[in-house]
Ligand binder design. Structure first.
Ligand code: ADP
Ligand code: ASP
Ligand code: MG
Length: 439
């Protein structure tokens, strides 16, 4: 059984949804289809939640109405039969009635997550209606019945697997299953989600849960490129990546994949393919356990990074000092991305500033702290790049005109990370591209 996940742009226009229908019916292999919300919808839902959080009900209403109008247009172009259009009208009415009711009650975080879930519920129901209109047999698989996270927001892999297998057992003759990406239930049994871009994670978790033959991530580009195509000229798709390389790139900002979406597939050695809905014959990127080709394969960048320096001539040489520093971050559940040390200071980076104030207060017990906001981690990833001494020279040459705040090299054979002020990001990515990929 295989998993095919289609992102927001792949379902964002009626003609694209038709294309998805054709892609999933090209062969008879059993498959689970994971859909994102139509492109723009989750952003719009975030906007509705923000307006409500600020008490701006009129603005929220305006945003609901704009989104509603979009769906009114969408379904008319998607469906042609009277019966199909009636069904779609009912679906849209139901979900927008829900949003309008929320305007009347007091807002909280749980309600916000309910709002965010509407996008994937709408896209899957409309797509399912399209399949019905075309007499394509399929089973609707509500994600809220099997996808769950625990109190630390971690997916409950064993439970997800048990529930999913139990459901699928009832449909052993059926070939097509349609489900929502992104949404899940939390430990309080409330509607929750796997964070922005989380549909990739859903696909990989389902793949792991049922030991799928492959997880296909269908999007609007022909695979993982060697650099961010939104920022850099002359990028190219990479044919093959190892799980470790792909995970590193996803974690360090390659938007094409949700940062956590590789580990479930990697755990069960399930290949992941990145494919282009608009260009289905393009080879895309295949991600497997195999390590191929030496050298730099790609560059990614992660914004919104905060660097924290703790200076303490007295403490740093003492054993146990780093443990004490790390324990403070652990206490506030704040992961550290990069770390560099000197005799008198240690610098770490974080991307979650929820508890920054408390963390700094506690760190001040050990020494002086300095904080740099608006930093970007640039990650150069590849296979065995630590063995290639010339590569470091090329990185240094490429970045010679910018102040580099931190460098992390040697932590793994697969990457070099560089921290720069975000204002230098675009130029740094382009210069690295020109220096490291000569084509
Ligand atoms: P989807 O809606 O299908 O999940 P996303 O927008 O989340 O699609 O991801 C695809 C986008 O990721 C591409 O359109 C591209 O602009 C962006 N992107 C950023 N870095 C890379 C990269 N290294 N390779 C490919 N795409 C990338
Ligand atoms: N719709 C969600 C988002 O926009 C999930 C996804 O597209 O993967 O973040
Ligand atoms: Mg995405």
């Amino acid at each position: 059984m295989k998993i095919m996940k289609f992102g927001g742009t792949s379902v964002g226009k009626p003609e694209r949804m038709h294309q998805v229908k054709d892609l999933i019916t090209r062969d008879n292999e059993r498959k689970i289809i994971v859909l994102s919300a139509l492109s723009g919808t989750t952003n719009a839902l975030v906007g509705i939640g923000e307006a409500l959080a600020e008490g701006k009900k009129d603005l929220a209403k305006e945003r609901i109405d704009t989104l509603h109008a979009h769906y009114q247009e969408f379904y008319k172009a998607l469906l042609e039969s009277e019966a199909g259009r009636k069904k779609a009208e009912k679906i849209i009415k139901e979900h927008f009635e829900f949003l309008n009711i929320i305007l009347k009650i007091s807002f909280n975080e749980a309600i916000n997550r309910d709002i965010l879930a509407q996008g994937e519920l709408l896209s899957t129901k409309l797509f399912y209606t399209l399949l019905q209109e075309k007499d394509i047999p399929a089973i609707f698989l509500p994600a809220l019945e099997y996808m769950s996270i625990d109190e630390n927001s971690e997916p409950e892999v064993a439970k997800i697997s048990d529930r999913l297998k139990a459901i699928l057992k009832n449909y052993d003759k059926d070939a097509l299953f349609i489900t929502q990406g992104y949404i899940c239930k939390n430990h309080r049994n409330e509607v929750d989600n796997l964070k922005r871009g989380g549909s990739d994670y859903t696909a990989s978790l389902i793949g792991a849960a049922i030991k799928a033959s492959v997880v296909e991530i269908w999007t609007d580009i022909d695979g993982m490129h060697n650099n961010d195509p939104r920022v850099v000229d002359k990028t190219r798709p990479i044919a093959q990546l190892s799980f470790d390389e792909a995970a590193e790139l996803a974690y360090f900002g390659a938007k094409i994949l949700h940062p956590a979406s590789i580990w479930p597939a990697q755990t069960y050695n399930i290949p992941v393919k990145l494919l282009n809905t608009m260009q289905p014959e393009a080879p895309g990127t295949t991600i497997t356990a195999e390590e191929t080709g030496k050298g730099v394969k790609a560059i990614a960048a992660k914004d919104g990074i905060i660097a924290v320096k703790i200076k303490s001539s007295r403490m740093l040489l003492a054993y146990g000092f780093l443990r004490k520093v790390f324990e403070i971050f652990e206490k506030y559940k704040t992961p550290i991305d990069m770390i560099t040390t000197s005799e008198v200071a240690v610098s770490v980076t974080i991307d979650d500033d929820t508890h920054l104030k408390e963390i700094i207060m506690e760190l001040e017990k050990f020494g002086n702290t300095e904080i740099d906001y608006k930093q970007t981690i640039v990650c150069v990833a590849g296979n065995m790049i630590a063995e290639n001494t010339g590569m470091i020279k090329e990185v240094v040459v490429a970045l010679q005109d910018f102040p580099v705040r931190m460098v992390s090299y040697g932590g793994s054979r697969n990457n070099v990370s560089i921290l720069v002020d975000t204002k230098y990001k675009n130029e740094a990515l382009q210069r690295l591209n020109d220096e490291l990929f000569q084509w």
